[in-house]
Design a protein around this ligand. Structure first.
Ligand code: SF4
Ligand code: SF4
Length: 345
């Protein structure tokens, strides 16, 4: 574990930005997001959790996949430099791994590019993610429900803790090992530094509410299919889709072509299962025309369907949907109510 003194942080960041496109949390008035930065002054590591997650860099809200003119097709899949993400919270680092299961498919189908999104892979495969432990989780955080923790080392290439005077950094992956080996001039963390980590961890965990067991919820969900509770919880939903657009693990998109017959572009844009027309078929039939069906789908996908395919929850407990919902539809409360519901099997 190496120690980057805060007094050296500016130089560390400047050196990094020479070799990488460096992304970090940046405050923008009331908002915050991961943006490309050139120096340490631009970085705000005290944002508990950015409004927009790092997903927006790897899977942008709107992107031109390619432009064509006659037979000529132009596409920029690969970033000019590999990307380095400083200060990703553990829930967001986990979100990127979950998205990689869908978009990258490197583990499921390593030899089958037909199932791998080249745009995602070109950005994600070479990127280095530094996971920064959360010293002060927000009141909306519930990573502990889905196997996470503010100091989790389960995702990312590097893991860091901010102490009063320094960042303590250790590698988590081969990419992280190679990165740390390439650094010189930094001290190794002392025993006293390591003890301070244990103290910060304990304090961070005390901010979280007791966990609801997501695995029990997964087992219970099929029994709730016809429960009137879905009518109750969805009654106030206004179908704005803010919950899905802000979510670090939602990945649905639409593809549109713009232009004329022999000149134009193909554009990918996020889409969302909370929109009433998301599932409308060409015949006019809509299998999820009611809010209850859409809210149920969202909860089922996060806590059941994804688990059935990939073995874990698609919710990382980042709490963003709790913060942005204009009618206070709180996914934690829905989960608790479902667990308590006396639904018939
Ligand atoms: S469902 Fe809500 S809490 Fe869970 S990952 Fe998405 S935005 Fe975060
Ligand atoms: S943010 Fe709230 S109101 Fe908007 S679609 Fe999601 S649950 Fe419904």
């Amino acid at each position: 574990m190496i120690k980057i003194e805060k007094s050296n942080f500016g130089t560390f960041i400047q050196n990094l930005s020479a070799d990488y496109s460096l992304f970090a949390p940046v405050g923008e008035g009331q908002q915050s997001a991961f943006r490309e930065v050139k120096n340490a002054e631009q970085i705000n590591t005290h944002i508990q959790i950015t409004q927009n997650s790092p997903k927006t860099v790897f899977l942008p809200q709107t992107e031109v996949l390619f432009e064509f003119s006659g037979d000529d097709i132009q596409s920029e899949e690969k970033p000019a430099k590999p990307m380095f993400f400083w200060g990703v919270r553990s829930c967001d680092a986990k979100s990127l791994n979950l998205l990689d299961k869908v978009m990258g498919q490197s583990k499921q189908r390593p030899d089958d590019p037909a199932f791998q999104d080249p745009y995602w892979k070109a950005r994600f495969d070479d990127a280095i993610i530094l996971t920064l432990a959360c010293n002060e989780p927000a009141s909306t955080c519930f990573c502990n429900w889905t196997g996470g923790s503010p100091f989790s080392k389960d995702a990312g290439d590097l893991w860091a803790v901010e102490t009063e005077t320094a960042y303590l950094v250790e590698p988590l992956s081969e990419k992280g090992e190679a990165f740390v080996k390439g650094l010189s001039g930094y001290d190794t963390a002392s025993e006293k530094d390591k003890q301070s980590i244990a103290k910060l961890k304990k304090q961070a965990e005390s901010y979280l509410q007791p966990a609801v067991d997501a695995e029990t919820l997964k087992e219970k969900l099929p029994q709730t299919w016809e429960d009137p509770l879905w009518d109750e919880v969805s009654a106030k939903c206004v179908n704005c889709s803010a919950c899905a657009f802000i979510c670090p693990t939602c990945y649905c998109f639409d593809i549109q072509d713009e232009g004329k017959k022999d000149k134009g572009k193909r554009i990918r844009t996020w889409d969302c299962c909370m929109f009433p027309i998301f599932t409308k078929e060409a015949s006019g039939h809509n299998p999820r025309s009611l809010a209850r069906e859409r809210v149920r789908q969202r909860v089922m996908h996060k806590f059941r369907y994804f688990w059935e395919i990939y073995g874990e929850s698609l919710c990382t407990g980042c709490g963003r949907c709790v913060r942005v919902c204009p009618v206070n539809l709180d996914i934690r409360e829905v989960a608790k109510q479902l667990l308590e519901a006396d639904s018939a099997a």
